[in-house]
Every structure is written in C-alpha cells, then in structure tokens.
Design a protein around this ligand. Sequence first.
Ligand code: OGA
Ligand code: NI
Length: 360
Amino acid sequence: MVSSKTDARDDETLETVLSIQELIKEPLTAVPQRYIQQHDQHKPSPFSDEISAYALPTINMKKLIQGEDTEIELQKLNSACRDWGFFQLVEHGVSPAVLKTLRDEVEGFFRLPMEEKMKYKVMPGDVEGYGTVIRSEDQKLDWGDRLFMKINPLAMRKPHLLPQLPSSLRSILELYMEELQRLGMMVVALVGKAVKMEKRDLEVFEDGIQNVRMTYYPPCPEPHLVMGLTAHSDAAGITILNQMNGVNGLQIKKDGLWIPVNVISGAFIVNIGDILEIMSNGAYKSVEHRAIVNSEKERISIAMFFLPRFQSEIGPAISLTNPENPPLFKRIGVEKYVKDYFAHKLEGKSYLEQMKIHHK
Ligand code: OGA
Ligand code: NI
C-alpha cells in the first residue's frame, strides 16, 4: 500500500523528524513552534565582553609524544582536562588532504535528495541512522540534521548504514575513522597518564565502542529562538569533534556561562565525557556543551565518540581511590550504561547524576 512519497512520510511522523533542510526548502517566514526554545536558553548572551577573555586551551599532540617538552605538555593536558574538560588539539597528525576530502564528501551527503537520505533513516526503536529521535510530543527539536552510527566493533555496524553509504563517502570515512581510532587511543592513554591512572585501568578502551555523529546545521532565519544541539554532556570516555567547514557554533558551559569556542582551522576539539569523569573519580569532569546556529552560514561537524568495550565494567579507577578518596560513582556494566543513556532525554548532565554515590 505504501508507495507514494506522501505515504512514506506518514509512517515516520512520530518516531523521527528527518530534515530541517526539507523544512526550509520553502522560504520560512517564522520558525515552527516545535523548534522554538524556552526564553532563557540564550542567556547569558554568548557574546558579552565578560567572556571574551576565556579561550580554550590548545594542546599540541606532537609535543606530547616526542621531544623535550613532553612533560610540560602533559601538565598542560592535565590542567586542560581538570579546569576545562575541553581542549583544542593541534599537530594531531591527521592529514589535511583527508580532512579536505572528508569535508567535501560529508557536504555532498547532506546535499543528497531527501529520498537518498531516507535510506538511512532512524528506524522505530533505534537510535542510529538519519534523523532525530523523538521521545515525546512536546519535545523541542534541534535545528540540525544528523546521521548517527555505531562503527566499532565491526559486528555492531548496521548493514543499511555505513556499508550502504555512497562509496566515495564510505571510503573517506573508513580512512578518517582509522586515523581517528589511532589518535583517539593515544589521547585516551595520555589523558589517563595525565590523571595518573594505571595503564591497566584503560584497557577497557581497547577495541571499545566507537560511534560517529555527523551533523548539518542549516542557517536559521531566527537563530536566537532555536538550538542547533541541546545542551548535554557526552556519554563517552572522550570525544573528538571536527568542525569541518570552519563555522563557529560550539559553546561550552564554564563558571555558569556559555563560552563560545572559536574554530582553529585544521584543529580538533577533544572533550572529556561522562565515562572518564567516572573513571577519574571526578578529577576530570565532563562539561556541558551545545551548538548554536546563525542566520547566514551552514555549519557541519563530525564527532567521534570513544567508549569502553561492551562487555566491560566502568567505575572509578582503583588506582585513584583510597579511604581518603572514596569512589564517587557506582560501578556499572557498559552495555547497561549505554542503553540507559540513549533511553534518557538529552538534558545537561542529568544522566551522570544517577551514577553518583552520596557520601556523608
Ligand atoms: C555531539 C556534539 C557538537 C557540534 O555530537 O555530541 O557535541 O558542534 N557536537 O556538532
Ligand atoms: Ni557532544
């Protein structure tokens, strides 16, 4: 029965909203109600003078691994993780040619006709695929079109997602993911070293879960009314974000203020996720962040998330806890942790709260 385009639209009404790009094909005079955020979302103003003094620390990967300054750079990494939970990563070794091709291909993907992108749409009950999962009728929607996929372990890859992407996109993604896996594992090890965890505490990341989210944020006629990506902290150990077309929009919450992050061309943003907050027993904290949009430029990003293995258990590293520093978080299996995270509405750090042990 379902054959025409209109019918195809009907069967996805509640579970997913597929595309703002589709929505804005017809010139919009006003932002639809479902995208309008509560009033105070954009306050304090992200552009006040007060916060222009804040700039994200920059960590140089090359200096971290070779030469005379490794110890100094490791100290910098330690303060960046402790005080910010976020840093810019430069000299990371991923080739500019790969980044350029990736950008072209991802841009190309988001420009594909809707019918093409529908092949990857989020299925009912799933979290992977193209589109936004809707959990309630009154949920406010983000101003962004996204594709989310589990990419490691290989057995977790959904046959209709990565393997079915246009072949030129798939090949560059494979290359990029391979380079980022190498980089991500190095970053995890160095962050562990900076916080003085034992190597064995980090073994859970070997052949761990890795996910990718590509997001296309179209320009919005009334950017102050909407949110590109709702404030959240990442569930991951670490996240590596590539703001591939150089457009600003990421903001992180520091000292109660939303601080805009300036894109450094060719750099990645690395951030600590909830799992590393737990493992470091709170020494490093996952930090809330969000993405805003603007009225002129589209913005495109790709985030890669690094989590421990499915069958492993997470909890505060034994090497970091003792009677004076009791564990602040419960231990939990990764499988359950991930399942619960995705069942939960994206809302600041509320999920991590449930993991806390309250000492008197
Ligand atoms: C994310 C994320 C930020 C961005 O995907 O978790 O925080 O700028 N993305 O797209
Ligand atoms: Ni995030």
